[in-house]
Design a protein around this ligand. Sequence first.
Ligand code: ATP
Ligand code: MG
Length: 363
Amino acid sequence: MTNPSLLILAGDGIGPEVMTEVRKVIDWFGAKRDLKFDVSEDLVGGCAYDKHGTPLHDDTMAKAQEVDAVLLGAVGGPKYDTLDFSVKPERGLLRLRKEMDLYANLRPAQCFDALADFSSLKKDVVAGLDIMIVRELTSGIYFGEPRGIIEEGNERVGINTQRYTESEIDRVARSAFELAMRRDKKLCSMEKANVMESGVLWREVVTEVAKDYPEVELSHMYADAGAMQLCRWPKQFDVIVTDNLFGDLLSDAAAMLTGSLGMLPSASLGAPMANGRPKALYEPVHGSAPDIAGQGKANPIACVLSFAMALRYSFDQGDEATRLEQAIEKVLADGYRTADLLGEEGKQPVSTSEMGDAIVAAL
Ligand code: ATP
Ligand code: MG
């Protein structure tokens, strides 16, 4: 049997710094758990533009299509702000998502016990929270036609169109039900069927897909009520599935119930490949953080947790993913904190590499 393949695209800014720590974790799994990966590395974003004049080379795109999973760091930085739109670093990431057709964006909102007392950060977090939002990523109002700004009489009109086909709803709903089966078997679908035709269809199709997952308890909520419930009592949810626009808002809101941007992983999944696993790209939610890049300050946990998601969803290694998450829980319980996890009082933060080493030691 060949080893599962993983393409690492570390990218720009703190991307390579946090990815160095993930490599330590990958090496540990290879050495101690006999879980070996064929790891290849390539460029995406500004660094790819510097070398090739494009934020994603065709060869890199082709590699991404072939591997079992892609793990990405972050792209962009002030150096590239003046580039033409067509070669901006972010376009590299968008091309990956588009050509791999990654339609289901999984954003966990999980609060580690050790960070539950976040009073030093002056943030309110929800202890014990563990929910997952599945956002449709490739359709909806961000892509629907017609769109644009047109002249109408003596004024201009800005137009976007919310548009979903049955098959687009069906496939993202299936991703969400599959996920719910691996978790608490509870799924809440959110739309605005009371005022939007796409919402009516969304509810209909999700209800139809539910017949294939009789074990999953399905509920529906209007997205505005859902936003309210998410703030009021987030723990009532396990998996939430929603469209591109609502998912954008709800996943950012849910993320902030957990603490720092440096802690949040994500997965973007597409259609099943020949081996039955979905096409997949894993990345931290945070960006390239140019303000702290190159200073050893970045928190590598979001990227390490993204690898944990890869273990679970691409490599069928749920137990090993849990092992890794527990190691992170332990490191946090032992008091290790990168700067973003500290408040104003004078505790000394650990560096990016010290955090990575601590995670490996805890493993
Ligand atoms: P993008 O447009 O790529 O999303 P952004 O500027 O909106 O970038 P980030 O790059 O994620 O967002 O940075 C937002 C803030 O969070 C910055 O102050 C950054 O230093 C901080 N930050 C982001 N990621 C981390 C991390 N892993 N560790 C510590 N701080 C982080
Ligand atoms: Mg941003």
